[in-house]
Each structure stands twice: as structure tokens, then as C-alpha cells.
Write a protein that binds this ligand. Structure first.
Ligand code: COA
Length: 198
């Protein structure tokens, strides 16, 4: 039976390495094909312990981390995430950013993702001053020949937990694909979920 832990602010530091491993395992898959680099992961994930209002919802099977939702105030995240908002003069204050929602594949499809999300949203709601939550999706192209037959986009899950796709809000992140010589730029569509007023 899995258990769920809520980790906040500076305490997120103790999970940085296991979250890095989970991210690298998940993002090797289609459509990301991310090669993974522990040094870069640690650098990227250090923004969470540096934020007072960051949050990890961590699912564990015994001591093994099997799922995570990471988040922090959007205005404290990196330029890749905030850029499109600044460009369009949309205030980032009041928006809470979700870095990733991941459940290891062998633990999927029996409710863990929804259970983790419920906890996550409750915690963000408890912070009082957030009006929206944002997550970004790397979309697979309809006709991509590399797309596996059994590929399931995250769209249904996002719609089910109340997110709305915003194709006018596209941001970019850079990463090295498996076997590539250097990093390339990847477009990510923002999805927003309004929060109920506290
Ligand atoms: C999306 C995800 C977190 C859902 O976790 P889960 O524990 O399987 O979710 P639940 O059992 O609570 O809900 C099942 C729902 O998740 C979605 N789902 C199931 N398998 C999925 C998969 N492999 N990929 C995407 N979504 C999936 C479906 O919408 C499903 O609902 P349905 O049965 O009505 O079709 C999990 O599938 C996952 O980690 N996918 C890869 C995530 C990823 O790439 N995240 C990066 C974006 S930040």
C-alpha cells in the first residue's frame, strides 16, 4: 500500500535526488526522449528548496519513491516558465506552477495520480493567495511516426482534474534528447486551472 507525504519549502531538499531519478526515468520516454543528467537535474531542482512556498507531494511504496507532484509559485520558477507571461503582460503573482506529475508506470491506473492531485490542490488552496495553477505539456504531434502505439497523452488526466488548455500560452524549455549532440528547444503548452476563492 502506497503512502503519501507532503514536503514543503527547504525540506524538499532531501527528496531532490530521488525526484531527479524519477524525472530521468519518466522523461526518457516518448514524447520527451530526455537523455538525463544528474548534475543538471540537481541544479534545476534546487529552485524548490530555495522557495518558501514550494511543495512536493511524494508517493512511496516502502522507502521507494514511486510518484511525485512538484510545485512552487510561478514567479519564483525559471525564465522558461515565466517568459510567456511577462511577454504577454500577464501577472505571474497568484499563479502556482506545477513542475511535473509523475507516477511510475507499474503503479499507474489505479487512482494514485488522482489521490496525489487531491492532496496537492488542498495544500495550494491552503496557501490562500493563489488564484490559478499552471502545468505545461509537451504535445505529441498527431502524425509523429515515432509515437508508440500504446501512447496515452496526459490530456484526459489534466481535463479530469480541472485544467484547461491554453494554446495561446506556449513556453519553451531546452533539453538534450537521447543520443543528441546538444540541447534543443521544445515547445510546451500551458494548461491553467482556476482555484475557488478561499
Ligand atoms: C498521468 C499520470 C500521473 C496518472 O497517474 P495514475 O496514477 O495512472 O492516475 P489515476 O489512476 O489516478 O488516473 C487514471 C487516469 O490517468 C490517465 N492515464 C492513465 N495512464 C496514463 C499514461 N500512461 N499517461 C498519461 N495518462 C494516463 C488516464 O486519463 C486515466 O483515466 P481513464 O482511466 O479515465 O482513461 C501517470 O499516467 C503518469 O505519470 N504519466 C506520465 C506522466 C508524465 O509524462 N508527466 C509529465 C507531465 S508533467
Amino acid at each position: 500500500m502506497e503512502k503519501i507525504e507532503i514536503i514543503k519549502g527547504a525540506d524538499t531538499k532531501k527528496y531532490v535526488e530521488s525526484i531527479a531519478n524519477l524525472r530521468m526515468a519518466n522523461f526518457r520516454d516518448y514524447p520527451y526522449s530526455y537523455e538525463g543528467d544528474m548534475a543538471l537535474e540537481k541544479k534545476y531542482l534546487s529552485m524548490y528548496p530555495n522557495s518558501k512556498e514550494s511543495l512536493f507531494v511524494v508517493a512511496k511504496d516502502g522507502d521507494k519513491v514511486i510518484g511525485v507532484i512538484t510545485g512552487m509559485p510561478l514567479h519564483e520558477s525559471d525564465d522558461d516558465c515565466t517568459g510567456i507571461y511577462l511577454e504577454k503582460n500577464i501577472p505571474t503573482i497568484g499563479i502556482y506552477y506545477v513542475g511535473e506529475i509523475i507516477v511510475l508506470d507499474k503503479y499507474r491506473d489505479h487512482g494514485l495520480g488522482h489521490k496525489m492531485w487531491k492532496e496537492f490542490e488542498k495544500q495550494v488552496q491552503g496557501l490562500k493567495h493563489f488564484k490559478q495553477i499552471v502545468i505545461r505539456e509537451l504535445e505529441a504531434s498527431e502524425k509523429d511516426p515515432k509515437k508508440p502505439k500504446n501512447y496515452i497523452p496526459i490530456d484526459n488526466f489534466l481535463k479530469d482534474i480541472g485544467f484547461v488548455r491554453h494554446p495561446e500560452l506556449v513556453s519553451y524549455s531546452h533539453w538534450k534528447e537521447i543520443g543528441a549532440a546538444k540541447e534543443t528547444k521544445h515547445a510546451l503548452v500551458n494548461w491553467l486551472k482556476p482555484l475557488k476563492a478561499a
